[in-house]
Design a protein around this ligand. Structure first.
Ligand code: ADP
Ligand code: GLC
Length: 473
C-alpha cells in the first residue's frame, strides 16, 4: 500500500467553494481501497470547530516569511484521516478559503498557501515531526502547487502529482513574493519578470500533471484554453506527463435514497419525479404550469456563461418555460439575476447563496440544467443532473464533451454564444414536447455509471507507476 498525502484547500465535509470540495471529499475515500491516504487541509474555522476530536501530531518550522505551524490529526466518521494545518492568524478567518465575506481575495493568500505547500513538502521530507511518512504527494490547483517546487529543490526523487482543476486560477503574485515564500529568483517568469506564478512553478516541477477530463487535457495545450501556460503544458504533455482523468460522482447522488428529496424516484417512475417538480415550484414561489423547468446550479462567474443564460431568459419565458437559479459569485451577475426574477415574477426565481439540499431538489425537480460554460475542466453539476434525470444543456467543451452524449444524455451546442444557446433551447422545447423521447433521454442519463471507482483506479494506477519499487515488493 502506497502512503499518499492528498493536499487540498477544500473538502465538502468542512468547506467547499465549488467542485474541488466535492472531489477532495470523494477521491481520497475511493483511494483508501488501494492506498494509505491522508488529507492535508488548512485549519479553517469549519475544520477546527467541526466537533471532531483533534490531536496535535507535528510541527513545521518557519521558512523565509512563512510561519511555523502545528499539525493536528482528526478522523471523519467513516475513518478517513485528516491532517489539519493549524495557524490561527492565517486560516481562522470568516469567509471562503480564498476570500473574505465580501468576496475579496485575502491580501496574504501568497503566504497562506505557500505555508500549506511548505508544510506538505516538510511532511514529505520527514521534517514535521510526524511518524507517518508519505511516499507521494497529490497536490490540487495553485494553492498547493509550490510543494512540488520545494521538493524539487531538495529531493529530486520525491514523486508529486499535481491535479489542475481550473487553469484560469494560477496564483500570480508580484515578484517580491518570490523572495519571501522561497521561490528562487531565477524562477520569476522571464516573459513576465514582475510576476511569480505558483501554478507555473508547480507545472514545471511536478512529476506528473493530471487534469479532470480528457478533453480539457488536450485543450489546455492550445492557446485558446491554455491561459498563457500552453507552451509548458504542451511540453509536459509531449513528455507523457499530462493525463486527463474524468471526475466521478459520489454515491450520495442517488434519487432512490437521497434524504434531501421530497419524494425518492427511479427510472420509469416519472410521476414520483413530477412530485419533486411540483414541490420545487412551490419552494421557489413559481407558478404551477405545464412547460419545462430549467435550472442553473453554479458559481455565478464568467466561466459558467450565466450572462448568456440571462440574455436567453426572456426567450425561455416567452416559450412557456421557467427558470430557477442557485449560486453566488460576481456581484454584477447576481444583480442581473435578481432583476430577472423581479421582472418575471413567478416564472424566474433565484436563491443567491448556496445550500446543498436545495441544489439536490433542483436537480430532482427540473427538466433541464443549463451549463453554457465558456470552458469547463470537468464539471460535476451536469453529472449530478443526469443522475437525477435532469438533462444538461451544455457548451461542447472540456469535461462537458466527455460526459454528455448529444441527443441521448443531454444536449450540446457548438459555440458559447447566445445564438447557439438559443438554438439549443429550441431543441430542448422540442424534446420536452415529446414525452417518450424526454423519458428515454432521462432514463439514459440516469443509467450512466459514474462512481469514483473508475477514476480512483486510474489515480491508483498512476501512483503505482510512479513508485515502481513498491509494485515489485
Ligand atoms: P465548479 O467547481 O467549477 O464550480 P463543478 O460543476 O465541478 O463546477 O462543481 C460545482 C459543485 O459546487 C457542485 O457540487 C455544486 O452544487 C456546487 N456549487 C455550485 N455553486 C456553488 C456555490 N456558490 N458555493 C458552493 N458550492 C457551489
Ligand atoms: C473546477 C472546475 C470544474 C471541475 C472542478 C472539480 O472548479 O471548474 O470543471 O469539475 O474543479 O475538478
Amino acid at each position: 500500500m502506497e502512503k499518499v498525502l492528498f493536499v487540498t484547500t477544500e473538502m465538502a465535509d468542512f468547506v467547499k467553494a465549488g467542485g474541488l470540495g466535492d472531489v477532495s471529499a470523494a477521491l481520497p475515500r475511493a483511494l483508501a481501497k488501494y492506498d494509505d491516504i491522508r488529507v492535508l487541509i488548512p485549519g479553517y474555522p469549519n475544520v477546527i470547530n467541526s466537533g471532531r476530536p483533534m490531536r496535535m501530531i507535528g510541527r513545521t518550522r518557519s521558512y523565509h516569511k512563512l510561519p511555523a505551524c502545528n499539525i493536528a490529526e482528526m478522523e471523519t466518521d467513516d475513518g478517513l484521516k485528516v491532517l489539519v494545518l493549524c495557524n490561527a492568524d492565517l486560516y481562522e478567518r470568516e469567509g471562503s478559503p480564498y476570500t473574505d465575506a465580501n468576496g475579496h481575495g485575502w491580501p496574504d493568500n501568497d503566504v497562506r498557501f505557500a505555508t500549506l505547500s511548505r508544510a506538505a513538502a516538510d511532511i514529505a521530507l520527514q521534517r514535521a515531526q510526524i511518524q507517518w511518512h508519505p511516499d507521494l504527494l497529490h497536490l490540487n490547483d495553485w494553492p498547493c502547487a509550490l510543494a512540488a517546487l520545494y521538493l524539487d529543490g531538495e529531493s529530486d526523487a520525491f514523486p508529486t502529482v499535481l491535479t489542475i482543476h481550473n487553469l484560469a486560477y494560477q496564483g500570480v503574485f508580484p515578484a517580491p513574493t518570490a523572495r519571501y515564500v522561497g521561490v528562487p529568483a531565477d524562477h520569476v517568469a522571464k516573459e513576465r519578470p514582475e510576476r511569480v506564478s505558483f501554478l507555473h512553478e508547480g507545472i514545471s516541477a511536478a512529476t506528473y500533471l493530471t487534469t479532470v477530463s480528457e478533453c480539457y487535457a488536450k485543450q489546455i495545450t492550445e492557446p485558446t484554453y491554455g491561459c498563457g501556460l500552453e507552451a509548458i503544458l504542451r511540453k509536459r504533455s509531449q513528455e507523457g506527463r499530462l493525463i486527463g482523468i474524468v471526475n466521478g460522482v459520489d454515491p450520495s447522488w442517488n434519487p432512490r435514497s437521497d434524504p434531501a428529496l421530497v419524494k425518492p424516484f427511479s427510472i420509469g417512475h416519472w410521476d414520483d419525479r413530477d412530485e419533486n417538480t411540483r414541490r420545487l415550484r412551490d419552494e421557489f414561489g413559481l407558478h404551477q404550469q405545464q412547460g419545462p423547468l430549467f435550472a442553473v446550479v453554479s458559481r455565478m462567474v464568467q466561466q459558467k456563461g450565466v450572462d448568456l443564460i440571462c440574455e436567453a431568459a426572456p426567450q425561455i419565458i416567452a416559450a412557456g418555460g421557467q427558470l430557477v437559479l442557485i449560486g453566488r459569485g460576481d456581484p454584477s451577475i447576481e444583480r442581473t439575476i435578481k432583476r430577472l426574477s423581479r421582472r418575471f415574477h413567478g416564472r424566474v426565481a433565484a436563491h443567491i447563496g448556496f445550500e446543498e439540499g436545495l441544489a439536490r431538489r433542483m436537480f430532482a425537480g427540473s427538466d433541464f440544467l443549463l451549463m453554457p460554460s465558456r470552458y469547463e475542466p470537468c464539471g460535476l453539476s451536469q453529472m449530478y443532473a443526469q443522475a437525477y434525470g435532469c438533462l444538461p444543456i451544455a457548451h461542447a467543451t472540456g469535461g462537458l464533451m466527455d460526459t454528455i452524449e448529444d441527443g441521448i444524455t443531454g444536449l450540446l451546442f457548438r459555440d458559447a454564444t447566445v445564438g447557439d444557446l438559443r438554438r439549443c433551447l429550441q431543441r430542448a422545447f422540442r424534446v420536452f414536447a415529446e414525452p417518450m423521447l424526454l423519458n428515454a433521454m432521462r432514463g439514459a442519463a440516469m443509467l450512466e455509471k459514474r462512481g469514483w471507482d473508475g477514476p480512483g483506479r486510474k489515480y491508483a494506477a498512476l501512483y503505482h507507476r510512479m513508485l515502481p519499487q513498491k509494485v515489485a515488493a
